[in-house]
Design a protein around this ligand. Structure first.
Ligand code: GLN
Length: 464
């Protein structure tokens, strides 16, 4: 089939499902078809003709990049993010921009200024967040792969809620240039796929040092696909048993215990490990992430980008009114929290203390990886919850990130892999985290697991 035909199918599926899922904020038909026509005549590209959906906080030249916010509702990026540039160079086709929690703040996609995303397995439930649109676009079969972003779990948690694979790489593995900053020391671009093999290909195309991001690492990029079929006999999976108890839904717990046994049957060694500081992860994360966000979001002032409030008489009033009208409630809550923990009277008590505990969280992992190759936990304590169920209770929402935030604090990679269905037919995922630069190992274990134990069902909203 021609690339144009393929892309036309993807675009029409995206349009067809969007009234039910709201996973795309824009479907970029004109752009995508022009790319398809151009690619027909180009040879030898690794991702030639691969349709990809991109989260709307990743800049795409000439295309709207709204971050799910009213304040950027009319913002068109002036340049491509490095990840997008590299995807384009490899022959991929951006077909649309996906819905997300406003500025990537949330775990349910309900904080988007453009309405929530529905979970393709059950549209009365959330897809997870903040990259919920990308997750739903892949889970519903519209695209095979999508880019998301992670600050504290925003790729892994929606991957788990939507029954797909989601990888957050090592901090610095993928350039952040063109990823609109939320909390710069935690932010990463991540990749969703229906399987690990597709993620391996995309990661290989976009990873690596970039002169436009000084935190991108000059570490060689291996051929991730070559890891997929490696034997996992002899690999050691660490299990922090004390973390898989309290606060976890029983069905999730049972599925995790089964996946541990499945890894044993595949030849892996299973060892108990401890992560004593993991329980402080949420507290530390919500201090550091909000502090950095309050600083990063100061740039949205009505002068430089996007929305500007009308009917104002002077400059300060214009700033206030623009931010008042442009930001939603969750973003305002984070800016206030972040400003508070950075304020002179509280800086040492909160921010400086949180940085110290962050180091302890990271040391836990360094110690644990002396005894194992990867660590297995649930990705999320529950399956996808109902729309509205947690939106009025920020603390309950924040607790959703309990298993994911520590990897962002430590800067290490993690992957969520589907491992079963609840009695109600909703997907459950386990998470593997690995040492710095161990993406190949994570993809290897994910690939072996999904090959032996594929999910035996499909979402109710799915295109062939
Ligand atoms: N759910 C977390 C938060 O609200 C993580 C978000 C993210 O990873 N972007 O901050």
């Amino acid at each position: 089939m021609s690339i144009r035909k393929d892309i036309e199918t993807v675009l029409s599926n995206a349009e067809k499902l969007n009234p039910q899922l709201n996973s795309f904020l824009s479907v970029e038909s004109e752009h995508a078809l022009a790319r398809a026509d151009y690619l027909e005549s180009v040879d030898g590209l690794l991702l030639k003709g691969l349709a990809i959906a991109v989260k709307d906080n990743i800049c795409t030249k000439g295309l709207r990049t709204s971050c799910g916010s009213r304040i950027l509702h009319n913002y068109r990026a002036q340049f491509d993010a490095t990840a997008v540039k590299r995807l384009n160079a490899a022959g991929a086709v951006v077909v649309g921009k996906t819905n997300m929690d406003e500025f990537a703040m949330g775990s349910s996609n309900e904080s988007s200024a453009f309405g929530p995303v529905m979970n393709p397995w059950d549209p009365s439930r959330v897809p997870g967040g903040s990259s919920g649109g990308s997750a739903a676009a892949v889970a519903s079969g519209v695209v095979r792969v999508a880019l998301g972003s992670e600050t504290g779990g925003s790729v892994r948690q929606p991957a788990s809620f939507c029954g797909i694979v989601g990888l957050k790489p090592t901090y610095g593995r993928i350039s952040r240039y063109g990823l609109v900053a939320f909390a710069s020391s935690l932010d990463n671009i991540g990749v969703f796929g229906q399987n690990a093999a597709d993620i391996a290909k995309v990661l290989g195309a976009i990873a690596g040092r970039d002169q436009f991001d000084s935190t991108s690492a000059d570490v060689p990029v291996p051929d991730y696909s070559s890891f997929l079929d490696a034997d996992i006999a002899g690999k050691t999976v660490g299990v922090p048993r004390q973390l898989i108890g309290e606060g976890v839904d029983d069905e999730v717990k049972q599925a995790i215990l089964r996946s541990i046994e499945n890894f044993r049957a595949l030849g892996a060694n299973i060892v108990d490990i401890e992560l004593p500081y993991a329980r402080y992860g949420i507290a530390v994360y919500y201090i550091i992430a909000t502090a950095e966000a309050s600083s990063n979001l100061a740039r949205f002032d009505g002068v430089r980008y996007g929305f500007r409030a009308e009917d104002v008489e002077e400059l300060r009033q214009m700033y206030f009114k623009t931010r008042e009208e442009g930001f939603g409630a969750e973003v305002k809550r984070r800016i206030m929290l972040g400003t508070y923990v950075l304020s002179s009277g509280y800086y040492d008590a909160y921010y400086a203390k949180a940085q110290k505990v962050r180091t302890l969280v990271k040391r836990d992992y360094i110690e644990a990886f002396r005894h194992c190759d990867v660590i297995l936990t649930p990705t999320s304590p529950s399956v996808a919850f109902k729309l509205g169920e947690k939106s009025s209770d920020p603390l309950a929402m924040y607790l959703n990130d309990i298993y994911t935030v520590s990897a962002n604090l430590a800067g290490i990679p993690g992957i969520s892999v589907p491992c079963g269905l609840s009695a109600e037919g909703l997907p459950i995922g386990f998470q593997l985290v690995g040492n710095f630069w161990s993406e190949g190992t994570l993809l290897n274990l994910a690939h072996k697991y999904e090959t032996e134990h594929p999910l035996e069902a499909r979402p109710s909203i799915f295109v062939e």
